[in-house]
Design a binder for this molecule. Sequence first.
Ligand SMILES: Cc1cc2nc3c(=O)[nH]c(=O)nc-3n(C[C@H](O)[C@H](O)[C@H](O)COP(=O)(O)O)c2cc1C
Length: 184
Amino acid sequence: MRALILVGSGDAKSHSLSLGTAIATSLSNRDVTVEVINLVEYGLPLYNREIERNSAHDEATSEFLQKSEEADIIVWVTPNYHNSFSGILKNALDWQHARKFTGKILGLASNGERSPQPLDQLMLVGRSQGYTMIPTRVCTDASDYDDALTIINESIKQRIERFTASLVEYGEAFKGTDTTEKNF
Ligand SMILES: Cc1cc2nc3c(=O)[nH]c(=O)nc-3n(C[C@H](O)[C@H](O)[C@H](O)COP(=O)(O)O)c2cc1C
């Protein structure tokens, strides 16, 4: 199985990136091939419908869309920006507008006051894209990390393990399934 982890912090080195990397390590340990995309560094342009209409995507966007199609499992990791998810992540998801991801599994994670608000809002986006979402989520705040941004909270580490176990379990159960009827 393949997983794609999208990290939406505006900081190149962020708690969200560390969280996404910890999730990636745990998925790798479960024999999943994982890629982490740190969106602030990836270089996607602002969403532009004219470009989409003319299929005139630049190389980074084309590659991003290809990776999105190839993954069985997707994880969105966002900081809490204005009680919501970041615009950087939203911009990436807007580029996926022409696609539906039925049969793929989505997991959600966030950093910032352990607030579930960004993830509650991302559930609506995930539904519009046709994903099957796992119920387990991971929400952290700065106190869960040391100064090097390594996760030090044991209960968060355990939650990450439950989260990735569930992603793999759902991934195996739904692989190749057309879930369109179930989701819409
Ligand atoms: C534009 C912006 C908006 C923010 N809004 C909130 C907020 O509404 N509530 C909150 O608790 N923290 C807010 N913060 C603080 C971020 O949640 C915090 O810096 C972030 O989670 C750090 O995560 P990161 O290291 O992954 O970027 C905001 C930060 C920024 C830059």
